[in-house]
Write a protein that binds this ligand. Structure first.
Ligand code: COA
Length: 158
């Protein structure tokens, strides 16, 4: 089995620009224009209170990534999750999402929310598997004819 490593994208790492380039390429391939962050990736990355984790497999290939942010101390958001087609169904998506949830938890937020197109069955299944619940349907979220489910995961507060 391939070795895998989840890495946090850091501002000062030597391979940062190559990694961002790979992620932007993937983003363009996987997401339609209106759902893609490709054009604004650098802006997203320098936003305060946000992070990106990616998974690297043994040959140095980037297999997928997850972006998250914590706009306030009340909640965090998963802003993007994607796995390269040839690496899907090998547990990478789940590992990335679990790692992002852990990162958000260290911020002591009570809720993580996200938006997902209800037609994205693999993503819907994955989010539900990790405990996310559907909150509401947001009409025209991505484009006039593409809606989104808003989903959330709450943590117990003691
Ligand atoms: C969603 C996505 C990230 C899943 O990544 P992945 O690495 O293939 O997922 P995993 O192998 O970790 O699978 C975890 C769970 O997700 C669900 N799942 C993944 N692929 C699925 C598929 N093709 N059909 C149904 N359920 C699926 C299952 O519940 C699975 O658990 P199981 O293997 O025990 O059945 C990947 O399909 C993807 O990049 N899709 C395109 C982009 C996207 O839709 N992103 C989310 C919206 S922002």
């Amino acid at each position: 089995m391939a070795t895998r490593k989840i890495v946090q994208l850091e501002g000062n790492s030597s391979n940062r620009s190559k990694t961002v380039e790979d992620i932007v390429k993937l983003e363009r391939k996987i997401f339609p224009k209106h759902e893609s962050l490709a054009r604004s990736f650098d802006e997203e990355l320098i936003k305060k209170n946000s992070g990106l984790l990616y998974v690297e497999v043994d040959n140095g290939q980037l297999a997928g990534y997850v972006m998250y942010s914590w706009p306030s101390s009340l909640y965090a958001s998963i802003t993007k999750l994607a796995v390269k087609e040839n690496y899907r169904r090998q547990g990478y998506g789940k590992e990335l999402l679990e790692a992002a949830i852990q990162k958000c938890r260290t911020r002591n937020v009570q809720r993580i929310s996200l938006h997902v197109d209800p037609l994205r069955t693999p993503a819907m299944n994955l989010y539900q598997k990790l405990g996310f619940k559907v909150d509401s349907l947001v009409k025209g979220y991505y484009s006039p004819d593409r809606d989104a489910y808003r989903m959330y995961l709450d943590f117990d507060t003691e």
